[in-house]
Design a protein around this ligand. Structure first.
Ligand code: PLP
Ligand code: TYF
Length: 394
């Protein structure tokens, strides 16, 4: 049966990690995958999460199947985090626990097939690589809207709005709530207002992907975009990932929220999300959800987590500033302030594929071929080497 199966190409991002692991250069730096590392270059275990883990383990509990839609306390905590505690929007939101942000995107994609059959999906150009693959795998025709203008090193906002305004009714438009992956460029408040107008007027289905809540400015600040869509009276979809914000990558903590017109609609939508989940993986895992629900459900632990999240956010900003300094010290005289203008875990460096390959082969500095580097993987020990390497290929 399988003798004619061909080798699939490696995932462009995860494939880099494989190459990185095999590299023997002692100065090697993995800036490929979007994973936050601490100042020692280690994946952190957040102390708030470690404490939640102790608490969860201290009362041995059986591990039943969770409800199809997940742990109720977890889903409630997600709603409060995304829409704001006490928000009247919450009663008209259907939320299901999902297998990370990716799982939330896929469940949302499957659900929308019955709501807007035949709809196209529009992604930002560029977008997270897996968006295209995932929506294509779910059976959609995927196109893009203009987003990044490489020559201007800025957002092509006029192009973006033009593309949204010429989209057909019912088109699914995937938007990054904050910390745009891969460019690091987010819309400003005024621009979001125009996007909301376009979505409303053209009757588009907004699918807001929020994988980095808390990494741009703060939890509420980053949640503002989602809340504005809700305040505008729109019905839309929002995926959440806690992989980065809790450093719980492998636990697959995410959620899908569908903002409906009213509570009754939300009830019906939730009932339709269940068969989607049921046929994909039946029900989500318990442990990671218990950890997040424990942190978010305890005022002290939650405050501690917010501090730890703020520390990750601040450290990334420090590394951006240090990279600018390092590049200047290494002799670059071009304006590199775009590095500190961008937000989130990534910087779109503007380096070409050839330059990125040289970075890898000559300096063991691993970023994606498109020129994306993960600034959240920089630290005081590797930054000088990275800056020198970039200057050498500049
Ligand atoms: N969406 C975006 C924009 C991402 O960058 C990522 C990457 O982690 C995801 C979704 C997927 O998140 P998760 O790892 O929780 O599946
Ligand atoms: O963009 C990134 O680097 C992260 C990590 O299939 C990632 O989102 C990359 C590829 C993938 C899943 C996660």
């Amino acid at each position: 049966w399988f003798s004619t199966v061909e080798m699939a190409p490696a995932d462009p991002i995860l494939g880099l990690t494989e190459k990185f692991k095999a590299d023997t250069n002692p100065d090697k730096a993995n800036l490929g995958v979007g994973v936050y590392q601490d100042a020692n270059g280690k994946l952190p275990l957040l102390p708030s999460v470690a404490e939640a883990e102790r608490r969860v383990a201290s009362v041995p509990q059986p591990k039943p199947y969770l409800p199809i839609d997940g742990l109720p306390a977890y889903n409630q905590a997600v709603k409060e985090l995304v829409f704001g505690a006490g928000s009247p929007v919450i009663e008209r939101v259907a939320t299901v626990q999902a297998l990370g942000g990716t799982g939330a995107l896929r469940v949302g994609a499957e659900f929308l097939k019955s709501v807007v059959p035949g709809a196209k999906v529009l992604l930002s150009d560029p977008s997270w690589e897996n968006h295209r693959a995932l929506f294509t795998a779910a059976g959609y025709e995927v196109e893009s809207y203009r987003y990044y203008d490489a020559a201007a090193r800025d957002i092509d906002f006029a192009g973006m709005v033009e593309d949204l305004r010429s989209a057909e009714r019912g088109t699914i438009v995937v938007l990054h709530a904050c910390c745009h992956n891969p460019t690091g460029y987010d819309l400003d408040d005024e621009q979001w207002g125009q996007v909301i107008e376009a979505v409303k007027e053209r009757e588009l289905v907004a699918f807001i992907d929020m994988a980095y809540q808390g990494f741009a400015e703060g939890l509420d600040e980053d949640g503002r975009v989602v809340r504005r869509f809700a305040d505008a009276g729109l019905q839309f979809v929002c995926s959440t990932s806690f992989s980065k914000s809790f450093a719980l990558y492998g636990e697959r903590d995410g959620a899908l929220s569908i903002v409906c017109a009213d509570a009754d609609e939300a009830k019906r939508v939730l009932s339709q999300l269940k068969p989607v989940v049921r046929t994909l993986y039946s029900n989500p895992p318990t442990h990671g959800a218990r950890l997040v629900a424990t942190v978010l459900g305890d005022p002290e632990l939650r405050a501690q987590w917010e501090t730890e999240l703020g520390e990750m956010r601040d450290r990334i900003k420090e590394m951006r500033a240090a990279l600018v300094e390092g590049l200047q010290a290494a002799g670059i005289t071009d304006d590199v302030s775009f590095i500190t203008d961008q937000v989130g875990m990534f910087s779109y460096s503007g380096l070409t594929k050839d330059q990125m390959v040289r970075l890898r082969e000559e300096f063991a500095v691993y970023g994606t071929d498109k020129g994306r580097i993960c600034v959240a993987a920089l630290n005081p020990n590797n930054i000088a080497h990275v800056a020198k390497a970039i200057a050498a290929v500049w």
